[in-house]
Design a protein around this ligand. Structure first.
Ligand code: GLP
Length: 243
C-alpha cells in the first residue's frame, strides 16, 4: 500500500487527480469506479479544470459508482446520482449514458440484480474511495462479516450522524443504501483513497496496525496489490503516522 502525505487538501486533490489523469490518458476507454462524499470533491474540481483547460478527454470513459441511498429519487439533491452530475459529470465531456449509479428507488432486489450485472461486466481500472469515520467503504458498514457483491445495507447510527450534515434533519437521512461489496472494490485493478475530515480512528486502524478487521472495512486496503492512500499531513501528525 502506497501512502502519500500531502501538505493540505488542495494538494490531496491535485495528487489524486494525477492518478486518475494517468489512467485516463493511458486507457481512454477505461472504466472508472467513482465515489461520493466531500473528500473527492476537490479532485473532481481539478479533473474538471484539466478537462476544460488541458484537454483531458473523458469522451470514451465509462464509470460506475460505489453506492446509492435507498429511497432517494435521482433528482433528489442528496442522491448520489445528483451528486455525481453536479460535482463531476456536468463539468467534463463524459457521455452520461456511459455513467452508472445504482438506482435507489423502485424494486431493491431488481436494482441489485442490475447493479451486480453491471459490476460483473466492468473491469474497473481505478476505484476512487473515501472512508467513513467508522471505517466503512462505500456503504460496507463494519460487521462480523462483509459481502462480496452489491447488496443492501442498513446504515450504522454513526454513519447517519456523519451524513446528517447534508440533510435538513437527521430524520431525513435514509436508513438503507445499496453498495458495491468488498469483493467488487477489491477486484478493481487500482484503488485510490482520498482522506479528509475526522477520520482519525479509521486511519489509525489502517496505518498503525497490521490487522485486517471486518469491523473496520478500510483495513482491507492492505490486501490490495495496488492501493494508494492520500491524506493530509495534519491528520498524519494527529495520529502519529510518520510514513
Ligand atoms: C458516505 C459514502 C462513502 C464516503 C463517506 C465519507 O458514507 N457512502 O463512500 O466515503 O460518506 O464521506 P466524506 O468524504 O464526506 O467524509
Amino acid at each position: 500500500m502506497k501512502v502519500i502525505i500531502a501538505e493540505n487538501y488542495q494538494q490531496v486533490s491535485s495528487l489524486a487527480a494525477d492518478v486518475i489523469e494517468q489512467v485516463v490518458r493511458q486507457e481512454p476507454e477505461c472504466t472508472l469506479g467513482l465515489a461520493t462524499g466531500s473528500s473527492p470533491v476537490g479532485m473532481y474540481q481539478e479533473l474538471a479544470r484539466r478537462c476544460r483547460e488541458e484537454g483531458l478527454d473523458f469522451s470514451k470513459v465509462h464509470s460506475v459508482n460505489l453506492d446509492e441511498y435507498v429511497g432517494l429519487e435521482p433528482t433528489h439533491d442528496q442522491s448520489y446520482r445528483y451528486f455525481m452530475d453536479d460535482n463531476l459529470f456536468n463539468h467534463i465531456n463524459i457521455d452520461k449514458a456511459n455513467t452508472y449509479v445504482a438506482k435507489g428507488v423502485g424494486d431493491v432486489e431488481e436494482n441489485l440484480r442490475e447493479f451486480n450485472a453491471v459490476l460483473d461486466k466492468a473491469d474497473i481500472a481505478v476505484q476512487v474511495l473515501g472512508v467513513g469515520p467508522d471505517g466503512h467503504l462505500g456503504f460496507n458498514e463494519p460487521g462480523e462479516t462483509l459481502y462480496d457483491g452489491a447488496h443492501k445495507e442498513v446504515l450504522d447510527e454513526s454513519t447517519i450522524d456523519a451524513n446528517q450534515r447534508f440533510f435538513a434533519s437527521r430524520d431525513d437521512v435514509p436508513r438503507y443504501a445499496v453498495t458495491m461489496g468488498m469483493g467488487n472494490i477489491m477486484r478493481a485493478r487500482k484503488l485510490l483513497m482520498v482522506v479528509s475530515g475526522k477520520k482519525q480512528e479509521a486511519m489509525k486502524a489502517l496505518l498503525l496496525s497490521d490487522r485486517i478487521d471486518p469491523k473496520c472495512p478500510v483495513t482491507f486496503l492492505r490486501l490490495h496489490r495496488d492501493a494508494t492512500v492520500i491524506l493530509e499531513k495534519s491528520l498524519a501528525d494527529e495520529i502519529g503516522y510518520k510514513g
